[in-house]
Every structure is written in structure tokens, then in C-alpha cells.
Ligand binder design. Structure first.
Ligand code: PLP
Length: 393
């Protein structure tokens, strides 16, 4: 006999998944209905409307891809790019590199612009590169680089894309609902996100949205989209605006209940209020981190409130600390990636997990574990600094 699986109750403060709101878990467990049931079709329409709200767009082509954020990335690339197309890609962390992999697999030609990990994307370099590549079809970049904690200036990058006749492709897997994002106002042509970061939903879905211009590019392709599953010309037969929906694949029915609930929660709070909450909890957390004598990798202006990249001295045993947090406090934080491996922690304050209780809990747990590992620090002063920050805002 094999027993049922009962996961431990953790507090998820890593780079995702983030803590899932219990309301969403409850929604997930509601009875499964058919994916062509008229009641389900109504739900799909509501999800589309709610996604348009969180993306701040009127884009008709807005839907959740039935797979995680990486599939959203792939959806955007395989639908917009054809063999031989040139795409300018900004890389200042892990995910820009994945965009390059996707472009290559589409037979497209990536032109890379690199910035140091932890730095924001240098718009001057982007303009220079677009000038030198007048034949580029698209400019692709990450809004919120989860591997480094750096934010990009999406409005300015999209303006540059327009100026040089390119489509803009934006990865906002970690950005959506955590920081300002205006798809229409900023002129974003194609964007993808994820459910398990600031939407605090279960992993496994990827909301995407395409401007009318981008949708037209997809309709006018000369070659077939290389992926049958992700071909939006086919997917739209199921998710399309008109009432006749045709079977393409079986929608992940219960996951879509969960997504719907997560979007209702964002709408109840108000998108702007959600951004403000993330900023406020970040400010308090940062005050506590500084009181512990630790630092931040990213310059203040470009820090993501939902993903804090905290640097620590090389004398600290990274793995021992994270293991102790997990085993003694049921608290998960993330490790550094790439050039930041072993030098930073990535501490998420995403969605439902972005709250005062988690901020104070994480600061005191960190301080206690650091002290037990021989790096004496004062949990009380960190908590006091965070509380003082809350008092100010
Ligand atoms: C998490 C993440 C992804 C990938 O999403 P998955 O759901 O893990 O596939 C892509 N881009 C960024 C910036 C991310 O943070």
C-alpha cells in the first residue's frame, strides 16, 4: 500500500511558485465539468475579460496557454517568428538567454544585447543595435528578470521598438500584478506571463496577449507554425471570440477555475493597490535586510519589489542556511543563478505571499539562522526597522 501524498506546509518566498491563496485551492477542488460545457464557455469569457484587466489591454487575442510560463514564451516566439527573421534580444539574466534558445529553434536569427546580471537593460545600446539592424522584425526583453531582481523600462523599450519598426515581445512572467504594467498604453505587441508568481495561483498556465498588429503578423505567416499545440491559428478555434468553439485540446478545467479565482482576487483588491502593496512590503523588507548588514544587488531604482536579490558575504554557508530555513522554519527562499550563484539569495514577496507577516517572519528566521551559523545578528533590530518602515507608509 502506498499512502496518499501530503505535502508539508511551507511558506514560499522563493522565485516561484509563491504561496497559493487558500481561496484558489478551494476553487481548484470544485467539480470538473466538460471543457465545451456552456457553463465552462462562460467561465472562459470571464477569464479573458479578467486577463484583459490585469494586462490593461483591449487586445482580442488574450488567453491563458494551457502550460507554464515557458510555454507562453514559446507560444510568442513560434507564432511571431519565421525562419530567417531577425530578432533583437536583450539579455541581463537567465530568461533573455531562453528567448535566444527559442528564436534559434524557430530558425530565426537572434541579435543579442548583453547587460551585466543585476543591471537594467541599457536603452542606448538597444537603440544603437536597432539602428544597425533595420531589418529586425522584433525586439524581445524581460520586464522582471527573476534571476537577478532587475526591472526593465518597458515603456521606453517599446517606444524604441515602434520607432524602428519592430514588434515588441515582453516576458512579464514575474511582472504581472506585482509592478506597473500597461500593455496598451505602453504599446506592447506580445506578452506572456505565468500564474505562479504574483497571481499566486497554481503553476501550469501562461496568460498571453497580442496586439492587433501582432495578430495580423500571425495570420499573414508564409510558413506554418512549427508547433501544432501552440499554433494560435488553431488554438483560437477553441478560445476565439465567436460562440462556436471547436475542440483543440482538453482545457485544464480545474486549473482554469483556479486562474479565474486568482484574477477575481486581483480585481477585488484593485490592480494599482496590488502594486502598492508589493512596493510597501518590499520597502519594509529592505529596511530589515539593511539592518541585518546585508545588501541588495540591484540599484534601488530598478529593484523588483516582488523579487529581492540579497547579497551576503562569502563566509556564509549558503546551502546550510537555506536548508535550515526549510527544515526549521518551513520557509523556502531561492538561491542565486549563473554569475550570482553562491553570492545571493532570491527572496520573493509575490502576490498572496507579499504581506507584513511574511516580511517579519522571514527577517527573524534569517537572523536566527545566521546567528546559529556563527554570524551573530539581531533579529529584533531587523524587525524594528521593518516595522518603522510600515509606520511611515
Ligand atoms: C518563472 C519564469 C519563466 C518560466 O515560467 P515557468 O512557469 O517556470 O515555465 C519565464 N520567465 C521569467 C522571467 C520567469 O520568472
Amino acid at each position: 500500500m502506498t499512502d496518499s501524498f501530503h505535502p508539508p506546509l511551507r511558506t514560499l518566498m522563493g522565485p516561484g511558485p509563491s504561496d497559493v491563496n487558500p481561496r484558489i485551492l478551494e476553487a481548484l477542488s470544485r467539480p470538473t465539468i466538460g471543457h465545451l460545457d456552456p457553463e465552462f464557455i462562460k467561465l472562459m469569457d470571464e477569464i479573458k475579460g479578467l486577463l484583459q484587466y490585469v494586462f490593461q489591454t483591449k487586445n482580442e487575442l488574450t488567453l491563458p496557454v494551457s502550460a507554464p510560463g515557458s510555454a507562453g514564451m514559446e507560444t510568442v516566439f513560434v507564432n511571431l517568428l519565421e525562419p530567417g527573421d531577425k530578432v533583437v534580444i536583450c539579455q541581463n539574466g537567465v530568461f533573455g538567454g531562453r528567448m535566444r534558445e527559442n528564436a534559434i529553434r524557430c530558425g530565426a536569427v537572434p541579435v543579442m544585447i548583453e547587460d551585466d546580471w543585476g543591471k537594467t537593460i541599457d536603452c542606448n545600446k538597444v537603440e544603437e543595435t536597432l539602428k544597425q539592424n533595420p531589418d529586425a522584425k522584433a525586439l524581445a526583453f524581460v520586464h522582471a528578470e527573476t534571476s537577478t531582481g532587475a526591472r526593465s523600462d518597458v515603456a521606453q523599450l517599446c517606444e524604441l521598438a515602434k520607432k524602428y519598426g519592430c514588434l515588441s515581445i515582453v516576458d512579464s512572467v514575474t511582472g504581472l500584478a506585482g509592478i506597473e504594467l500597461y500593455v496598451d498604453k505602453w504599446g506592447i505587441d506580445a506578452i506572456y506571463s505565468g500564474t505562479q508568481k504574483c497571481l499566486s495561483c497554481v503553476p501550469g498556465l501562461s496568460p498571453v496577449s497580442f496586439s492587433e498588429q501582432a495578430a495580423e503578423v500571425i495570420r499573414q505567416r508564409k510558413t506554418q507554425v512549427q508547433s501544432w499545440f501552440l499554433d494560435l491559428n488553431l488554438v483560437m478555434g477553441y478560445w476565439g471570440g465567436d460562440s462556436k468553439r471547436a475542440y483543440h485540446h482538453t482545457a485544464p478545467v480545474n486549473s482554469l477555475y483556479a486562474l479565474h479565482e486568482s484574477l477575481v482576487i486581483v480585481k477585488e483588491e484593485g490592480l494599482e493597490n496590488s502594486w502598492v502593496r508589493h512596493a510597501r512590503n518590499h520597502a519594509a523588507f529592505a529596511a530589515g535586510i539593511e539592518a541585518l548588514g546585508l545588501g541588495f544587488v540591484v540599484d534601488k531604482e530598478f529593484r523588483l519589489p516582488q523579487l529581492n536579490t540579497v547579497s551576503f558575504p562569502s563566509t556564509i554557508d549558503d546551502a546550510a542556511l537555506r536548508n535550515a530555513l526549510l527544515s526549521e522554519y518551513d520557509l523556502e527562499i531561492g538561491s542565486g543563478l549563473g554569475s550570482l550563484a553562491g553570492k545571493v539569495w532570491r527572496i520573493g514577496l509575490m502576490g498572496f505571499a507579499s504581506n507584513q507577516r511574511n516580511v517579519l517572519f522571514c527577517l527573524s528566521a534569517l537572523a536566527n539562522v545566521l546567528s546559529s551559523l556563527g554570524h551573530p545578528c539581531d533579529a529584533g533590530s531587523a524587525v524594528a526597522a521593518a516595522n518603522a518602515s510600515y509606520g511611515k507608509s
